[in-house]
Ligand binder design. Structure first.
Ligand code: BTN
Length: 322
């Protein structure tokens, strides 16, 4: 109910009376008073004037589910949002919820992760309020072999959200990093729970560097943040809502698949195309020119002998980036 009250007040041009709120939500006046009180405790500034009602003056600056939800225009993604102060890994937490039947579109966000996971067994650090750690649960009706579009479509959504909201020129480093210039701003890790021929659910974890001004020494040369790139502190709730709106557009509206249009869009934003890339086959390192992405989200690389190699996983370095 609190999210609905925030939404009502957010969209209203004037004060909204307690009676109007209780009528439109079908709850008692007492329940409205109680909800307003707990919203204030969460950091919402809500003015109240006798005979006029309530007006929303400001939303909290820290991540908060109700403040995200009032900017959402999605049908599936973000219907349920949980913001945790701290957690080991949002992906692990959400996988547990998924196993217990959490609905498609459930989002878990943490202000801090103590055991955040990156790709290839790496660690992903999220210190309190420095970065956004977000995981999204989906239940696509696909075979396990068909979910390879989820990470590229998520990358596309992130790139669009960042460029739109932060006015940056971010690009995608195949398969799952969003970069600005030569440095990484976002990492994506998709995990899945599946039976032999049917996906039960996927969890896509997204780590975004937001407020960092310094990074651990080992990644300092290749990591950046929204603050470092723009010199501005963003409204994290509005930003997360923008990300979720774009995720709905790219993932749900495209039914979790790449098509001619999204492949084109991805290629336009992909920094690995038109550049020398190096990948590993067995123990061999192979270099070539990144030329395209196919409908499975795989990178096609033109080798010096004129043949095209298809790369679908692992580590790919891009010349001039990292
Ligand atoms: C990578 O670039 O290696 C992927 C990083 C993915 C990090 C995110 S943060 C939210 C979610 N929870 C995790 O433990 N990992 C992902």
């Amino acid at each position: 109910m609190q999210d609905k009250i925030v939404q009502l007040l957010y969209n209203a041009a004037d004060y909204v009376s307690g009676q109007q709120i209780s009528d439109s939500l079908g709850v008692s006046r007492q329940a409205v008073n109680k909800a307003v009180k707990s919203l204030r405790e969460k950091g919402f500034e809500i003015d109240s004037v006798t005979n006029k009602g309530y007006m929303l003056k400001s939303t909290p600056t820290y991540l908060c589910a109700e403040a995200i939800q009032c900017h959402l225009n999605t049908k599936i993604i973000g219907k349920s949002i949980t913001v945790l102060d701290t957690v080991g890994s949002t992906n692990d937490y959400l996988k547990e919820l998924g196993a217990k039947g959490a609905e498609a579109g459930t989002v878990v966000i943490a202000r801090e992760q103590t055991a955040g996971k990156g790709r290839l067994g790496r660690v992903w650090q999220t210190k309190k309020d420095d970065g956004i750690a977000l995981s999204l649960l989906l239940r696509p009706e696909l075979a396990p072999s068909e979910i390879s579009a989820i990470t590229p479509l998520s990358g596309l959504a992130l790139c669009r959200a960042i460029n739109d909201f932060c006015m940056l020129d971010s690009r995608i480093k195949w398969p799952n990093d969003v970069i600005v210039g030569k440095k990484k701003l976002v990492g994506i890790l998709t995990e899945m729970s599946a039976e032999f021929d049917k996906v039960e659910f996927t969890v896509t974890g997204i780590g975004i560097n937001v407020e960092h001004t310094v990074f651990p020494e080992e990644i300092a040369h290749k990591a950046t943040s929204i603050l470092l790139e723009t010199g501005r502190h963003i409204d994290q709730n509005k930003f997360v809502a923008t990300v979720l709106n774009y995720l709905e557009q790219e993932l749900v509206m495209n039914r979790y698949r790449l098509n001619g249009q999204t492949v084109n869009d991805y290629q336009t934003l992909c920094a690995s195309i038109g550049r020398q890339v190096t990948f590993t086959r067995g123990k061999r390192k192979i270099s070539g020119m990144g030329v395209s992405i196919n409908n499975n989200g795989e990178l096609e690389v033109m080798l010096s002998n004129g043949t095209v190699a298809t790369v679908n996983s692992g580590e790919v370095t891009v010349q001039g980036i990292y």
